[in-house]
Every structure is written in C-alpha cells, then in structure tokens.
Design a protein around this ligand. Structure first.
Ligand SMILES: [Zn+2]
Length: 381
C-alpha cells in the first residue's frame, strides 16, 4: 500500500476555521462524497496491485499539450477533471469502469427502446457452468469463452436463431468469486427477437447445445442452473432493465463496502479489491488473478449488424466511453499547472481525486481554500 502522508501543513490558523465550515457543508453530501472517494481509493489499491498496467497510470498525467482543468456541471453540480489521460480499463480500473458502465447502460437502454419501437422483443439468457474451487480464473474464462464460441458457430444455433426470429444480441461476461466454490462465471445475453416463444421451450433448445459445448472443454452444467431464460411480458421493460443492471455493469462501486455488497456468498472483483483496500491481503491476490484472466477480453459484445438494425451510431471504445463528458452546460472552475496537479496526486492521500471533486462541488472558493490549506497551491488559472 502507498503510505499515508501528513494531512496538512500547520500554521494557517485562519484557514482552519474555514476548513471546519467546509467540512460541515460537506457533511450533507457525505454519502455521494464517500462513494466517489472510495472509488478513487479502490483505484489506488488497483495501482498498487497492478504496477505497470494501464490502470497504474490512469489520471496520473496531463494529456500532452493540455492543462488540467476542473469543471462543474451546472445542472447536476457534479465536478469532473479535464485534460488528464485515463486508462479506460473496464476490468481493472474502478474509476474508468464506473464511467464506462454508465455509458454502456445508456446505450443498451437506447437499443432496447429502438427495438421496442421496431416491434422486436427482448429475451434474456444466462449461461453458466458448474465449477470447482481448484480451477483458476484464467482456466475458467478460457474454457467458458471457448465453449461459447463453439456454440455460436454450431449449425444447431442457426435453428435456435430462426426459431426466435433473431435480429441480434448484446452479451456480457461476469466473473465473481465465492468461498465455497472459488471462481464463478456467467454469460449474460439479451437477444433481440421477432418471434414469441415460451421460456421453457427456449431453455430446452439452449441447454442441449450449451451442454455439448461445455463437454468439449471438460465442463458440465445441470439443467436447473446451466441455462436461465427469461421471456418478459411485452410491457415488462422494468424486468429487462433490472436484468441488465445485474450485468458487469452493476453499480458494485457505489457499494464500496465489501461485506455489505456480498450477494449469495459471491464477491464481485471490485468487492475483492475493496477487501484488499481494507486490509485483507489475500483478496488482493485474487484480484490480480482475475485481472490477468480478463485482460484483453471484451466486456460488452454487440452481434454484428444489430446496431444497424436498430439505427444506432458506431459504438464508443472503452477509452472513449471513459473519457466522454457531457459539457453543454458545464463551466470551468479553475486550471491547474502540470506541476500543481502532480503535487496533488503524489501527495499520498488515498482517494485524493475523489476528495478534490467533492470539494469542487461545493464551489470554486472552497476548492481554492482546500488547495491552499492542504497543498500550498494557489492556482492563478
Ligand atoms: Zn482508469
């Protein structure tokens, strides 16, 4: 872990009173502040665990030729930082992946809206396999993705597609870990279809193919759990929304506390990271194992042509999604030099950027006061 530094330099008594007022003001907003600060603390933890990876450099440097600017959105009051390079790592960066998740969720919601307009329906399918505690994350991810590829390329899959009136699909993969059985893997998939089928009928068709796909890589699944199919009623879009919210897109990050977020004995990777951040070293080892297993894998996959069918524009890359900022109604609070920005991020305060954003949301004066009292920085921008 990076070490904690001295919190502030002394001798500025007139500012101490003001700082106290500032904390009182922040108290009202404590919840949002805590959630975000913990995301940046988790990012610090990921940097410690993955030295040399993209996340290690995330937001550590200004984009060449640009200054670092702190902006605030007039509608939401949310502050953001412009001009710093982001890693866009969907699997390993708690800050970027939260941003990417929001973009992806909006995109999928838009897609489902367009699908509905065009008269198509969603069918949700979850695929998984039985697993044992001694299987490594890498082995499980490899086997599952191989099985899935085999299934999708198999001739019988064409029959399932025509049975559904297949228009396209959006799929994601999710990796979790539990004490009882170790690593656990799910594919979540939304099929956009034109025909109506019963869930049981579809489950039967999927299972016979999925079971064969698994057997080719030495995995098994039982009928009960291996395949889950949900055919929502035509107007039950809430159910679809809830299903998608459970994907890797879940807001696990807003629940920084590992114990609270635990569901059914399974921990998400960022919950493991939170456990490590709070002092459980072995959870850090698991996070590293997971990071190696998912490296380079696509998190959300759109079937070819679906975006065209629904009239959607080109998909943003993870990096673009991480960097996307709505800025129609936002304004700049202040500008920092590269040296000033460096002083802040290398101060050793865990989650310092989350703290900076929280103070910025109180306003420019608060931000100036904080920068001067804590870092001896007096920006002139
Ligand atoms: Zn990042």
């Amino acid at each position: 872990m990076k070490t904690l530094p001295v919190e502030r330099n002394g001798g500025k008594t007139q500012h101490l009173g003001n700082l106290r007022n500032l904390s009182a003001k922040l108290g009202n907003e404590q919840f949002r502040v805590d959630a975000r600060t913990s995301r940046y603390k988790l990012q610090n933890a990921a940097k410690t665990l993955l030295p040399g990876w993209a996340v290690d450099y995330c937001m550590e440097a200004a984009i060449p030729g640009r200054s670092v600017e702190i902006w605030q959105d007039a509608d939401s009051d949310h502050a953001h930082i412009k001009g710093v390079a982001r890693c866009g790592s969907v699997w390993t960066c708690p800050v970027c992946s939260a941003k990417i998740a929001i973009e992806r969720r909006d995109e999928i919601a838009e897609a489902l809206k367009m699908a509905k307009k065009a008269g198509y329906r969603p069918v949700m399918v979850t695929l998984t396999a039985a697993h044992s505690r001694d299987m490594s994350a890498a082995e499980l991810v490899e086997k599952m993705t191989t099985a899935k590829r085999w299934m999708r390329n198999h001739g019988s899959f064409k029959n399932i597609k025509s049975m559904m009136g297949f228009q396209g699909s959006i799929s994601s993969m999710e990796v979790t870990w539990g004490y009882a059985n170790g690593w656990h893997f799910h594919f979540h998939e939304v099929f956009v279809v034109s025909k109506i089928n019963g869930a049981a009928e579809l489950k039967g068709a999927f299972f016979s193919l999925w079971e064969r796909a698994l057997s080719r890589v030495g995995l098994i699944a039982n009928y009960e759990r291996g395949v889950d199919v949900i055919v929502p009623r035509p107007d039950d879009y809430e159910r679809v929304g809830n299903y998608i919210a459970k994907w890797g897109l879940e807001s696990e990050l807003s629940r920084g506390d590992a114990k609270e977020g635990k569901e059914g004995g399974h921990y998400s990777p960022y919950q493991l990271l939170a456990m490590y951040e709070q002092g459980t070293d072995w959870a850090g080892g698991l996070f590293q194992e997971y990071a190696r297993a998912t490296k380079g894998k696509t998190s959300i996959r759109w079937s070819r042509g679906l975006r065209d069918v629904l009239g959607l524009s080109k998909e943003l890359t993870d990096k673009e999604a991480a960097e996307a900022q709505a800025s129609e109604n936002s304004y700049m609070l202040l500008r920092l030099t590269r040296a000033e920005y460096k002083k802040i991020i290398y101060s050793g305060r865990r989650g310092v950027l989350g703290e900076l954003l929280a103070v910025a949301e109180v306003g420019r004066d608060a931000l100036l006061l904080w920068l001067e009292s804590v870092f001896d920085i007096m920006p002139d921008g």
